[in-house]
Design a protein around this ligand. Structure first.
Ligand SMILES: Cc1cc2nc3c(=O)[nH]c(=O)nc-3n(C[C@H](O)[C@H](O)[C@H](O)COP(=O)(O)OP(=O)(O)OC[C@H]3O[C@@H](n4cnc5c(N)ncnc54)[C@H](O)[C@@H]3O)c2cc1C
Length: 373
């Protein structure tokens, strides 16, 4: 029986491991350089926002929308498997305009998205204040994307970890893979920072923003550099329920959680492997939150954090078999959408490995595209 080794225990690695197990794969091991699910996937806001974030109706939009459709079944199954409610809510995301310039862009957005048959409804200011009374009275208009929503990503990570551990899948923490050893176009083993070798029949790199640090026979690995893009977030805590929906503005967003936290995100910064929370970041996020709802000024910031999004050179995911190394797969570059894209990524990678199914997405997001031109 073949052994599959997954490098990285973020949402992508954990979801792939689960999908492989459900496809009947017996021997799966996950290697994690730090602790399970504590990097970008933990830092995320958990928005499931394919429509609100659509800039055009292209293949990437289709990929995101398809993953969004898989979420209901994904989280229901996980609830049955683990008893953990991951607070999946598909109750719509509201996009808000506060300035004349915002309003102009919002109208343009509404026009092209309606024409493209993306589900979106226009809301007048009074309609927004009726469904969300704590939104600023300065709001000019808005859009609601009824199919978008959110999931509590930290609970989702905990649920995936519980499922995998109860299925006997080993997660080896505090173990960093630095090099892949290949012979005759085939990976034979992976090498840890301490020089130990772990043998595997198939290796999947789900190593997020750190993927480009891994070497193949001591040479650079990826065809496209995967860059870390920092996102800072803050959270307020309240006992009173302020908001029903995720609220989005051109400058950031507010995500209400069931436990009373209100998250505000996020910065987008190209500063290398630096997870520092800065005064500038906190001030920026406070302004984002207060513009959406001045009522937040009565609350204290209860948490601040930052995470590193994995971004490829064209900003799109990198998925599938590595060129010229048959038993090496990659699943990264999910950038701002890795929580949303976990179910579909897990599906296409697991089906490729177990049934040799070539999804159109493996062609579109293949690592080979960086060889062309
Ligand atoms: C502030 C912020 C807000 C976000 N909001 C959203 C959102 O609302 N919705 C959404 O869909 N997405 C969001 N994202 C993006 C999303 O978080 C990422 O796309 C997603 O988490 C990527 O998942 P991953 O498993 O690839 O990466 P990670 O969660 O970073 O996991 C990769 C894992 O691999 C491990 N690893 C790396 N290298 C090695 C190695 N050599 N050996 C062993 N282990 C290794 C790391 O330690 C890490 O645990 C947000 C991101 C940030 C930072």
């Amino acid at each position: 029986m073949q052994e599959i080794l997954i490098v990285g225990a973020g949402i992508i690695g954990l979801s792939i491991a689960r999908a492989l197990r459900k496809e009947g794969v017996g021997r799966i091991k996950i290697i994690e350089r730090k602790k399970t699910g504590k990097e970008a996937s933990f830092a995320a806001a958990g928005m499931l926002a394919p429509h609100v974030e659509a800039e055009r109706k292209d293949a990437f939009f289709k990929f995101c929308a398809e993953s969004n459709k898989l979420y209901n079944e994904f989280v229901s199954e996980i609830f049955d498997e683990t008893g953990i409610d991951v607070e999946f809510r598909a109750n719509g995301i509201v996009y808000l305009a506060f300035t004349e310039d915002d309003l102009k862009k919002l109208k343009h957005r509404y026009e092209w998205q309606s024409k493209a048959k993306i589900k979106v409804e226009f809301l007048q200011a009074h309609e927004i204040r009726r469904i969300e009374p704590f939104v600023s009275p300065d709001v000019l208009a808005g859009l609601i994307y009824p199919e978008d929503g959110q999931v509590e990503n930290r609970k989702l990570l905990a649920a995936l970890e519980r499922f995998l551990r109860s299925s006997g899948i080993e997660i080896l923490q505090d173990t960093e893979i630095t090099n892949l050893i290949a012979r005759n176009s085939k990976i034979e083993a992976v090498e840890t920072k301490k020089g130990e070798r772990i043998f595997a029949d198939v290796v999947i790199l789900a190593s997020g923003a750190w993927t480009s640090l891994i070497r193949l026979n001591n040479q650079s690995l990826t065809l496209s550099e995967i860059k870390p893009i920092r996102g800072q977030m803050i959270a307020f805590r309240t006992t009173k329920k302020f908001f029903e929906h995720v609220l989005y503005s051109p400058r950031g967003y507010v995500v209400p959680r069931e436990d009373g936290r209100i998250l505000v995100g996020a910065t987008v910064e190209d500063v290398g492997f630096n997870k520092e929370v800065t005064n500038f970041g906190v001030d920026f996020l406070s302004d984002v939150g207060l513009e959406i709802s001045p009522s937040l000024s009565n609350l204290k910031i209860s948490e601040k954090w930052a995470g590193l999004r994995p971004m490829s050179s064209d900003g799109l995911p990198v998925l599938g078999e590595f060129p010229e190394v048959k038993n090496l797969f990659i699943a990264t570059g999910h950038y701002r959408n890795g929580i949303l894209l976990a179910p579909i990524t897990a599906k296409v990678i697991a089906e490729k490995i177990t049934k040799n199914v070539d999804s159109e997405y493996l062609r579109l997001f293949s690592p080979s595209r960086f060889l062309i031109g």
